[in-house]
Design a protein around this ligand. Sequence first.
Ligand code: AMP
Length: 238
Amino acid sequence: PFTNLGLSAPLIQAIQEQNYQQPTPIQAKAIPLVLNGKNLIAAAQTGTGKTASFVLPILQNIAQQTTPLRGKRVRALVLTPTRELAQQVEQSIKDYAKHLEISSLAMVGGVDSEPQKQALINGVDILVATPGRLLDMMYQRAVHFDQLDTLVLDEADRMLDMGFIDDITKIVDRLPEKRQSLLFSATLSKQVKQLAQTTIGDALEISLAQNKNSEPKIEQWLVTVDKAKKSALLSQMI
Ligand code: AMP
């Protein structure tokens, strides 16, 4: 059960309200290690419960902090490849932090940056960001990392596929060297491991046995058809 993982009562309550019966395998492995301040490289796909595996222990670690957060500062930074994922992760943080006084913000591109700057004025405990917008805000001195304790690279393989390597390097270069770093990726390819080496250094590596049931059941095939008949054929097939 979740109660065996060392999580505090406000988090257990939030988990119960989410109706989670038991931790997923990645949660059972990662939560105690992250609570202990370990650096981690984890192979986990979306759908495995990976978000809670880093959000829950980060929330608990932040809840134990006693130093006040200064303006424009953050305690934890989560980098994600897409705006949608950033917003989804930030929603999970809000859900799990329901019974804690912990603030969060999604900082993504494609929307006005002014409200995001305003939200940072008094500091934010957990910032979830896409690399481009975050760099932009860093250059504008809207956010500073001297109080940062934890970095999470979420879906690292997708960030590399999307060409964010330079942005990530520039961001990580400006973070305090003494920090906890976590990297999550669907695959631990050579490139991902290289990124982990430069951004995280020494870390425990955890991966899950491939579960056949977790493979998406998607069948693909190709049908050639005149453009004019495409809609009719599609609705027929549906
Ligand atoms: P993720 O892999 O983080 O994208 O999570 C996939 C989905 O699993 C989300 O909708 C979560 O709310 C849900 N979830 C996470 N942990 C658990 C759990 N222990 N039990 C049931 N559902 C969970």
